[in-house]
Design a protein. Structure first.
Ligand SMILES: Nc1nc2c(ncn2[C@@H]2O[C@H](COP(=O)(O)OP(=O)(O)OP(=O)(O)O)[C@@H](O)[C@H]2O)c(=O)[nH]1
Length: 750
């Protein structure tokens, strides 16, 4: 990686700015790509912060690559199959052909700035998707046109709904023989419970797919040739050929239907139709439909649908036009907290990456005010002041340094050392205090007012394993590597086993842990040894029970005597975290120190259940009495409470809960029998078997413990023709036989 210096004059109205270009080591020469003269701070109405989301392999990376190419920021088309795309830049991504980290890429299209995040499709990395959605204003959902809505599309769609992100849809892979427009439209309606509004009719299908007709303008877009070398940059746009009556009729029908759909969803448009175009709905100008469609999309009442084939270089430019036309600019999205900052800086750190030379680089989204390089900022979550030394924009395969960045934009900061994903960054302590005052004055409340942007919820990890450095001398290096990786990836948890002292990695899936292992080796140069992958069980209780315990110990000159009485019972919601209460009249008689000691004792017993030492959930604990002799230390109280709660839980029929996953397998009919047979052996329960073309889609639930190495097993069962996705469904009580087997196995008796 090296730095080059450029002098940049941004035009008559702007002052000269010095821009630094950092080139990634595999980058192309900057002269070959679009000039950095285009790097001006755009007006907020011309910014689009967009995510691309989809099921694994639907074509997000290929589509992103085409976008960069057509917008002029890269010289040649990369290919995920050859491992040379810009956004999949980590070594593992290139080798495995999948997207792991969301790579943010900025480019310009028709005088608009598009900040685009390529999000991973594999379920192990859903947190990456969630993290991106938090800061995006709109999203493109990419579908495989031969499969319609798939499991992961639905998960990501639900996440987008949660964050109120408006979407447009892109039916990719129209060149595949099994591509089916109707199947896609129907499955979007049925599974995503939204209204798809078809904006284009594909011309030809499968191998003969050659272009599209724009339903609004009735123009036919034809890409020149079917040749492999055609990059699809130029295409013909002409009025729809009347010589193809079937196509003309299909477009006419689609336009009438589209107008009807939009009128149903937008009162303003309905009124326009009825007053000015009541004689002939078809005469309504496409610009009016476009405006209404934008309102409908922003209100998330519908999802405009476009078609194409990224791999065959068709349909990506109209998709870029649609991003500008239908997805919101940052000022059109409401964030409650920002109003309290007025013109002051308010930004959210949404991703951390580690650069060997520069240390942590933090992606921030600016919500209000301006962030300047070489200034101090306040991190509200960590209550610390940090310094932003440089600000850079990741333009395709270059990093371009800029002096400042305004509201609505996304940038990469250099210099923030303590900030982690989800932190709110503001101008200063005084500015945070002023925002808090404004919020409190307005709301008339003191305590519950918040002036921080909400971060992301991190799901609990389901797998864990031990990790060991090659020698004790490398332990500190390993700890550093793990803390870097944790700052980047909040779904990775690291803890130390209190009994063995071993470091434990906890992650979201086999692939997740595998990738972390690989990154420690490649990025930090440490060869580590991973212990066998284990399932993160939980423990709970099945009945109510009471217990008393006394601790009487003399340490040195001092005697510690404490007696505790507790009761435990299953809480109404077994999936909830465990809670504890004091018997009504006691808390007031306890000192703050003693209360804290009791609380610590209860929490430590919740961390390690009585059966196997897994976290305890769904248990309500009541502290009935605590009596102690003067001089007893708080640590002894905690120890006694913890022991007593453990005893009570054992008496209350402690029970192991196991993670149960929902599984979706898409498999050819020929192999269905063997997949079902294998699933039965894995204690799976089949919920449904649906048909999709000649394939079957198998929906099942199956304990996670039975799914180790499933991808390899499925590959050999189906000669590599099946695909699957796996997601945590719930935690379920194990039956007594399975639980016994597990206890024996853990005790080394099996
Ligand atoms: N036939 C066809 N194949 C495509 C098209 N677009 C992408 N592909 C292929 O589909 C596969 C997956 O493409 P990617 O772009 O890596 O998909 P992705 O959604 O980014 O995948 P993940 O990041 O792993 O989730 C690759 O083999 C592509 O060559 C298309 O339009 N038509």
């Amino acid at each position: 990686m090296f730095w080059t210096k450029y002098l940049f004059v941004a035009g008559p109205h702007r002052r000269s700015t010095v821009i630094w270009i950092i080139k990634r080591k595999y980058g192309f020469l900057s002269d070959d790509v679009k000039s950095v003269r285009t790097v001006v701070t755009p007006d907020i109405s011309k910014i689009r912060n967009i995510g691309i989301m989809a099921h694994i392999d639907a074509g997000k990376t290929t589509t992103t690559e085409r976008m960069l190419f057509y917008s002029g920021y890269i010289r040649a088309l990369g290919d995920v199959d050859d491992g040379d795309t810009v956004t999949d830049f980590m070594a593992q991504e290139r080798e495995r052909g999948i997207t792991i980290q969301s790579a943010a890429v900025t480019f310009d299209w028709k005088n608009h700035r598009i900040n685009l995040i390529d999000t991973p499709g594999h379920v192990d990395f859903t947190l990456e998707v969630e993290r991106s959605l938090r800061v995006l204003d709109g999203a493109v959902a990419v579908f495989d046109a031969s499969a319609g809505v798939e499991a992961q599309t639905l998960t990501v769609w639900r996440q987008a709904q949660k964050h109120h992100v408006p979407c447009i849809g892109f039916l990719n892979k129209m060149d595949k023989p099994m591509a089916n427009l109707n199947l896609c439209i129907e499955s979007i309606k049925e599974k995503m419970h939204t209204t798809p509004i078809l904006l284009q009719i594909p011309v030809g299908c499968g191998k003969s797919f050659s272009g599209l007709v724009d339903v609004l303008t009735k123009e036919q877009l034809t890409w020149k040739t079917q040749s492999k070398n055609d990059d699809g940059r130029s295409f013909n746009v002409q009025p729809l050929e009347q010589s193809e009556p079937a196509l003309v009729e299909a477009v006419k029908e689609a336009r009438a239907f589209l107008i009807e759909q939009v009128a149903d969803l937008d009162d303003e448009f309905a009124e326009l139709l009825l007053t000015d175009f009541s004689d002939n709905f078809d005469a309504v100008p496409s610009i009016k439909i476009k405006e209404a469609l934008r309102r409908v999309t922003l209100a998330r009442k519908a999802i405009p649908i476009l078609c194409g084939s990224s791999l065959k270089n068709k349909g990506v430019q109209p998709l870029l036009d649609a991003i500008i036309a239908y997805l919101p600019d940052p000022s059109q999205r409401h964030h409650d907290v920002i109003q309290w900052y007025k013109e002051d800086l308010c930004a959210l750190a949404f991703k951390v990456i580690h650069d060997k030379q520069r240390g942590p680089l933090v992606f921030v989204r600016i919500y209000s005010g301006t962030l300047k390089a070489q200034t101090a900022v306040q991190n509200i979550n960590r209550d610390c002041t940090e310094r932003v030394s440089r600000l850079v924009v990741p333009f395709a395969n270059q990093y371009v340094e800029i002096p400042s960045i305004t509201a609505g934009n996304i940038a990469l900061t250099v210099g923030l050392k303590q900030t982690v994903t989800g932190d709110t960054i503001v101008a200063s302590k005084a500015s945070a205090a002023a925002a808090l005052r404004r919020a409190q004055d307005k709301k008339g409340e003191k305590d519950s007012v918040k002036v921080i942007l909400t971060g992301i919820e991190v799901p609990d990890p389901v797998f864990f394993c031990t990790i060991e450095p090659p020698s004790m001398a490398k332990q500190t290096d390993l700890e550093n590597a793990l803390s870097c990786l944790q700052r980047e990836d909040p779904s990775l948890k690291v803890r130390v086993d209190p009994d063995s002292g071993q470091t434990i990695l906890c992650g979201m899936g086999e692939l997740h842990i595998d990738i972390i292992h690989d990154r420690i080796r490649r990025e930090h140069g440490i060869e580590t040894h991973l212990g066998p992958l284990q399932v993160a069980y939980r423990e709970t209780v099945t009945q109510k029970a009471k217990s008393t315990d006394t601790l009487d110990r003399t340490i040195g000159e001092r005697r510690h005597v404490v007696t505790v009485e507790v009761s435990v019972e299953p809480s109404d919601d077994t999936g909830s975290s465990s809670k504890f209460t004091f018997q009504t009249d006691s808390p007031n008689q306890l000192s703050a120190d003693l209360k804290q000691a009791i609380e610590n004792g209860v929490h430590s017993s919740f961390l390690q259940g009585p059966l196997l030492g897994y976290p305890v959930q769904g248990v309500s604990t009541e502290i009935q009495s605590v009596s102690l002799e003067p001089g007893t230390s708080p640590a002894m109280v905690s120890a006694c409470v913890s022991r007593c709660v453990q005893k009570a839980m054992r008496a209350a029929g402690a029970q192991v809960l196991e993670p149960v996953m929902s599984l979706e397998v898409t498999v050819g009919e020929d192999y269905l029998g063997s997949v079902l047979g294998d699933l039965a052996q894995r204690r799976g329960t089949v919920r449904d078997i649906q048909s999709r073309h000649s394939d079957k889609v198998l929906l099942a639930t199956v304990p996670l413990a039975e799914m180790m190495g499933y991808s390899t097993a499925l590959r050999s069962l189906t000669s590599g023709t099946a695909t699957f996705s796996l997601e945590l469904d719930t935690y379920e009580a194990m039956n007594p036989q399975d639980q016994n087997m597990l206890l024996k196995r853990v005790a080394g008796l099996l």
